[in-house]
Design a protein around this ligand. Structure first.
Ligand SMILES: Cc1ncc(COP(=O)(O)O)c(C=O)c1O
Length: 370
């Protein structure tokens, strides 16, 4: 039954459950009567932002009585310079999820189809339903890759958007630009293809660069990226999209006024100036990812080729029990019922704690490596 409402909400909104964000450490502590929980549930960066970024945010805060630059012109120009594209090929949004939502608002009429592999980023079905669009999903293959032929076959006259996350969330599996191009060659121009690269900085270079390699070939591709993950700015909400100027100006029409605030703009500009330090941080996370993977493989887990800042355990029917078992022992992860558990790479101490806690669950028969 729908929740009671005041006024006359749109049918699709009224039918939605209330939004419940992922559980934080404090909430898990209160629920389970424990005291030192850690959160490895939202693919956040375990390190605080770099000092010069914090300083830039503090300086911007002094001018917070003024509205920010709606177009974030300096930031667009800095991103364009960094990527070797024109400024009119770049837009910024309230996190890359803000941009994904803008894209759906800009392109999807009621009943239009939004196509994506599944399982993938949880926001795609939610944003699609807000616009009364129709989600069309194509299962990942048994090796967690995109099923290229099935995706191409699923395109119809009503398909407006195709979302391809690389690496995919929650599985962590990335797709090469060659394999993406093989899909794009068969997708008609009336479909806008969004290559969602929220975790780009963690990906092995052998997978290629969609901005450099795909945008010049395919006008119907938009790439989304974010400062939330590698740059550690999830709390400030700034992401960006790169594509053909006509697609970018369409997406810009749905940018909520001033939605990239002045602190976020200052932080992102400072992050671009300190890319070397960001790269060092990424390398620390990659080293930790390898260490966690080695421990998991030793424990008998069969892992996909993770390319993000998280790992994916195929726990199947035991998923709820494994998720709860970890949480009751103070390690908050992200279970996807019946499917698997996604665990963010945290600090070395947090990662040790996750591995040791999972071993306890295995010893007590709650988790079965597979
Ligand atoms: C695949 C994918 N895309 C986009 C996002 C959105 O990130 P943000 O809105 O913080 O940029 C996430 C966040 O977890 C993600 O996993």
């Amino acid at each position: 039954m729908n929740e009671p409402s005041i006024g006359r909400p749109r049918r699709v909104v009224d039918a939605l459950p209330s939004y419940r964000p992922g559980k934080g450490a404090k909430q898990a502590e209160a629920e389970h009567g424990i005291s030192d929980a850690i959160k490895l549930a939202s693919n956040e960066n375990p390190e605080a932002p770099l000092d010069p970024i914090v300083a830039a945010v503090a300086a911007a805060a002094a001018g917070a009585n003024r509205y920010p630059d709606h177009r974030a012109g300096d930031l667009r120009a800095a991103i364009a310079r960094k990527l070797g594209v024109e400024s009119d090929q770049v837009t910024v949004g309230n996190g890359s999820s803000g941009l994904l939502n803008q894209i759906i608002v800009a392109y999807v009429d009621p009943g239009d189809e939004v196509l994506y592999p599944w399982r993938s980023f949880e926001a795609y079905p939610v944003f699609t339903s807000w616009m009364d669009g129709r989600s069309v999903t194509v299962p990942l293959t048994s090796t967690l890759e995109f099923d290229a032929q099935a995706l191409v076959d699923a395109v119809s006259d009503r398909t407006k958007l195709l979302f391809l996350a690389t690496p995919n969330n929650p599985t962590g599996v990335a797709t090469t630009t060659g394999d993406l191009a093989a899909i794009l060659e068969q997708v008609p121009d009336h479909v806008l293809v969004v290559v969602d690269e929220a975790y780009r900085e963690f990906v092995d270079p052998r997978f290629g660069d969609p901005v450099a390699e795909l945008l010049p070939r395919f006008a119907n591709v938009v790439v989304t990226r974010t400062f939330s993950k590698a740059h550690g700015l999830a709390g400030l909400r700034v992401g960006y999209a790169i594509g053909h100027p006509l697609a970018i100006s369409t997406i810009d029409k749905t940018l909520l006024p001033f939605s990239v605030n002045s602190l976020a703009q200052a932080a992102a500009l400072a992050a671009i100036e300190h890319e070397d330090s960001i790269t060092e941080r990424v390398e620390r996370i990659l080293a930790e990812r390898s260490r966690v993977e080695e421990a998991l493989v030793q424990a008998g887990w069969k892992l996909p080729d993770h390319q993000g800042n998280f790992v994916w355990l195929r726990t199947g029917d035991a998923t709820d029990a494994v998720g709860l078992g970890l949480e009751q022992r103070g390690v908050v992860v992200r279970p996807f019922s019946g499917d698997g558990v996604r665990v963010t790479i945290g600090s070395p101490a947090e990662n040790d704690r996750f591995v040791a806690t999972l071993e306890q669950l295995t010893a007590s028969g709650i988790a079965t490596p597979g």
